[in-house]
Structures are given as structure tokens and as C-alpha cells.
Design a binder for this molecule. Structure first.
Ligand code: PLZ
Length: 450
């Protein structure tokens, strides 16, 4: 894997090193945490106890001067690196020109240019249209509005372990009660759940898992009532679950035969993260609608629904929109992000990162039976941690290892329905040595925690 200089992709010229100059959290972070306790709603929680001051390449520098290795990318957002140079330049120019007009009032070219780019990059070469929004949840909600308008049907199927957001409709689609849903109902009606393909836990082939899901859908919902199936091609929050080969194509085929819109939620898996523009590309599927967010704009809030022109155009004029959807700064950021991915060959780099990480974690699995499975694609790789005797999920171990790595200056996130998955989502701008050092720290955490 070639080393990229942070100047080419990563952002501010920060030393690309792990550097601990205080305990974690340091005194300034502790002071800010105290202010936060008195000012920020308690329902908003945080993985790391440190406050950020700067970030770029593969590091986040905190307010005490500690430099942390970033293996989280702000939950899969800063794919091109934090404050990536092209992005800073493009957004700064846009900032000086105009910050907002509202695309629904006086449109601007950036929005159209992003739509053109996403129409070209999403799977399939059919005629497409795009609508822009601000958050991933909003994109998913709009995809469902569009599917309902097109099919004139109501029901929606989501899957076990799914995560689609925190708004009312997307909470209904999201599977996990804690922390996402508990106490926040009632939820949107006409949402049904089907069993996923989870090879490590169900041992089913893709075909068998698809048959099980389709049978449940036909018996419990009925294609005649079903507007859409929404699924993450690789589940994110649910545990980086890669379905067995053939599962997704079988669902797409069934949906197409039954006038059901197939929506791929690629909010986390899209935009170069998995070593392809979209995770759907690995499966050879062409979704009817695709949702994009997170990595598309390097941290500025932008999301999109892209899909078949006849489906996208089914919503009446004025039926889609929002004050900030496709904000000009976010569009400038997206265009710069997509250019960076192409110019710096970041799709290939995601694949190379995947090989390096999978190799290292595979070796760890050989040594440590608590690593039940290493899975994922490209720079979206996870470890499922279990009791070696029973394969029961070990959430306490995931929490302990992540906590130990964090105290040693490495940002590692957990996920999974059972909370027992460690996930790695490094920025694609991370220098190779730094990534390797982050993995060394993780290795040591497994040695220390017995
Ligand atoms: N769809 C597949 O991964 C966001 C959530 C973090 P928003 N995932 C991170 C948290 O705890 O809130 C996500 C996703 C998939 C939709 C979303 C929602 O995207 O931009 O957070 O609304």
C-alpha cells in the first residue's frame, strides 16, 4: 500500500503520530466535560471523553494536545480525511460567494452537479434522478415517501439488526431498542421486520436466508401491500454484518418481480468506504433507490436519494424538499470529496487498508479464540467478540478493549445488536504506519484484558 502524504488528502499539517501528553481525558477536556454536563442534554452521549481541537490525515488532536489515532472517522464520515485540502478550498470559496439561498427558492449549480455525479456513480446505468437532503435519516425517510408515491402502496420491510436513523419513521425501521427507541414511541405504522442473512450466527446460505426472508414477507405482509424493502448491503450499527453471497440478489429479484421498490441504505457503506463506490457493487446488485450520506461530503451535512428516474419522479412537484437540503456549502464539499477520491485513488486505498487490517485481525483471531469472526469489506472491518466456549456475544470484552485502546490514544468504536462488535472505519488518508500502530495498540489491549 502506498503511503499518502496528509497534504494530498488528509488535511491540516498535523504530525501523524500517536502522542499522549496528559492522561485521557486531560485537564482541559475535563473542564469542558463539566461545562457540557451543565449545558448539553443528557440524552446525547459520547464515546471518548476528550474534546477535539484539530484533525487531519489519521489523527484527532484534543484540547490538551494529545494526538489520537483515528480509527472511526466520526462514524464513517471523514473518508477523505478531516479538513481535506480540496474540500477546505472549495467550501471556503463557496462560503465567500453565498452560504444559502434555498434550492426551492433560487437554485444553484452545485446541487445539480452533485445530482449528476451521484447519478453516474450509483450502481446501474439506467436513467436516474437525485434529491438532496441533510442527514442520513432524512434520506431514508424520503426514499420511503418516494417508493410509496410510486407504488401507491404503504408497507415497508426492514431487517433484523437494521439501523436507519433516529427520526420517527427511521426509528421504526431501526431494529435495536436500546438506546435508539426505548420510550420514544409510538412509532410509524406499516413497518415490518424480516430475518437477515447473518452467516456467522445463522449458518445459512444466501439462497436459504433469502427464501426465509421472502417467505416471512409474503406471509406477514403480502407483496400487494408492500411499497419497499430497505436494507443496508453491509449493516453498520447492527454489527458490520455482510450477508451470505446471493442473499441480496435474490431479494432484488423478488422485489422487481413484485412491484416492490428495493432501497439500498448505503449511508454508512457508500462512497469508497468498502473499496467500491457502493457496497452494492460487490454484490452485483442494482437497487431501485440508493441513499447516500456521511462520507459523501467529508463532514458537511449532505444526504441524497438517487434512483430510477420513473420512481424518483413519481412524487408530485413540491412533494420533496426542505430548507437546507443540498445546502451550497455541503454541495461544494461533496464535489471536492468525490474529486479527491478519484484523484487520490482512494477506492484502491480502501481495498489495500482492508487487506492490511484483515490480515492483522486474522492473526489476532488465530491467537485469541474470543475473536469469533473478522468480517467486512475494504476500510469497513469488524471483530465480533464472543465467549469461546459458547459463541455467546461478549459485550463486556468489546467495551473493555475499546476503552483500553481509547486510553492509549486510539479511537475505536463498538457496534452490534449485542454490543459485542469492535469496528474499524479509518479515514482513507491515514498513513500506513499509523494504522499499523493503531492495530498494535488493539493487539496489546487483547493481551492485557483476560
Ligand atoms: N442509515 C446505514 O449508518 C447513521 C448513527 C450514529 P444520520 N449511522 C450512525 C448514531 O448513534 O446516531 C446511519 C446509518 C445508516 C442511516 C443512518 C442515519 O444517518 O445522518 O445519523 O441521520
Amino acid at each position: 500500500m502506498s503511503l499518502l502524504t496528509p497534504a494530498a488528502v488528509g488535511g491540516p499539517a498535523l504530525a501523524q503520530e500517536r502522542r499522549l501528553v496528559t492522561e485521557i481525558p486531560g485537564p482541559r477536556s475535563r473542564e469542558l466535560a463539566e461545562r457540557r454536563r451543565g449545558s448539553v442534554a443528557g440524552g446525547v452521549s459520547t464515546t471518548m471523553p476528550v474534546f477535539a481541537a484539530a484533525a487531519g490525515g489519521g489523527v484527532v488532536v484534543d484540547v490538551d494536545g494529545n494526538s489520537l489515532i483515528d480509527l472511526g472517522s466520526g462514524i464513517a464520515v471523514t473518508t477523505v480525511g478531516n479538513a481535506a485540502p480540496r474540500l477546505v478550498e472549495a467550501v471556503s470559496a463557496q462560503l465567500a460567494a453565498f452560504t444559502h439561498t434555498c434550492f426551492m427558492v433560487t437554485p444553484y449549480e452545485g446541487y445539480v452537479a452533485v445530482a449528476e455525479r451521484l447519478n453516474a456513480l450509483t450502481p446501474g446505468d439506467h436513467e436516474k434522478r437525485t434529491a438532496l437532503f441533510s442527514s442520513g435519516a432524512e434520506a431514508v425517510e424520503n426514499a420511503i415517501k418516494i417508493a410509496r408515491a410510486y407504488t401507491r402502496k404503504n408497507a415497508v420491510v426492514a431487517f433484523d439488526h437494521a439501523y436507519h436513523g433516529r427520526t420517527n419513521l427511521t426509528m421504526a425501521l431501526t431494529a435495536k431498542n436500546q438506546p435508539y427507541k426505548s420510550g420514544f414511541g409510538p412509532f410509524a405504522p406499516e413497518v415490518y421486520r424480516a430475518p437477515l442473512s447473518y452467516p456467522y450466527r445463522d449458518g445459512l446460505s444466501g439462497a436459504a436466508a433469502a427464501e426465509r426472508a421472502i417467505s416471512a414477507i409474503e406471509k406477514q405482509v403480502g407483496a400487494e401491500n408492500l411499497a419497499a424493502i430497505v436494507i443496508e448491503p453491509i449493516q453498520g450499527e447492527g454489527g458490520f454484518i455482510v450477508p451470505a453471497e446471493g442473499f441480496l440478489p435474490a431479494l432484488v429479484e423478488w422485489a422487481r418481480a413484485n412491484d416492490v421498490v428495493f432501497i439500498a441504505d448505503e449511508v454508512q457503506s457508500g462512497i469508497a468506504r468498502t473499496g467500491a463506490w457502493y457496497a452494492s457493487d460487490h454484490e452485483g446488485i442494482v437497487p431501485d433507490l440508493v441513499t447516500t450520506a456521511k462520507g459523501v461530503a467529508g463532514g458537511l451535512p449532505l444526504s441524497a436519494v438517487t434512483g430510477r428516474a420513473e420512481i424518483m419522479d413519481a412524487a408530485h412537484a413540491g412533494g420533496l424538499g426542505g430548507t437546507y437540503g443540498g445546502n451550497p456549502l455541503a454541495c461544494a464539499a461533496a464535489l471536492a470529496t468525490l474529486e479527491t477520491i478519484e484523484q487520490e485513488n482512494l477506492i484502491e486505498r480502501a481495498t489495500a487498508i482492508g487487506e492490511l487490517v484483515t490480515g492483522r485481525l486474522g492473526a489476532l483471531q488465530q491467537r485469541d479464540a474470543r475473536v469469533g469472526e473478522v468480517r467486512g469489506r475494504g476500510a469497513m472491518i469488524a471483530l465480533e467478540l464472543v465467549d469461546p466456549a459458547t459463541q455467546e456475544p461478549d459485550a463486556a470484552l468489546a467495551k473493555a478493549v475499546a476503552g483500553a485502546a481509547q486510553s492509549e490514544g486510539v479511537i475505536v468504536l463498538t457496534c452490534g445488536t449485542y454490543g459485542n462488535v469492535l469496528r474499524l472505519l479509518p479515514p482513507l488518508s491515514i498513513p500506513e504506519e499509523l494504522l499499523a500502530e493503531g492495530l498494535d495498540v488493539l493487539d496489546r489491549a487483547f493481551e492485557v484484558i483476560k
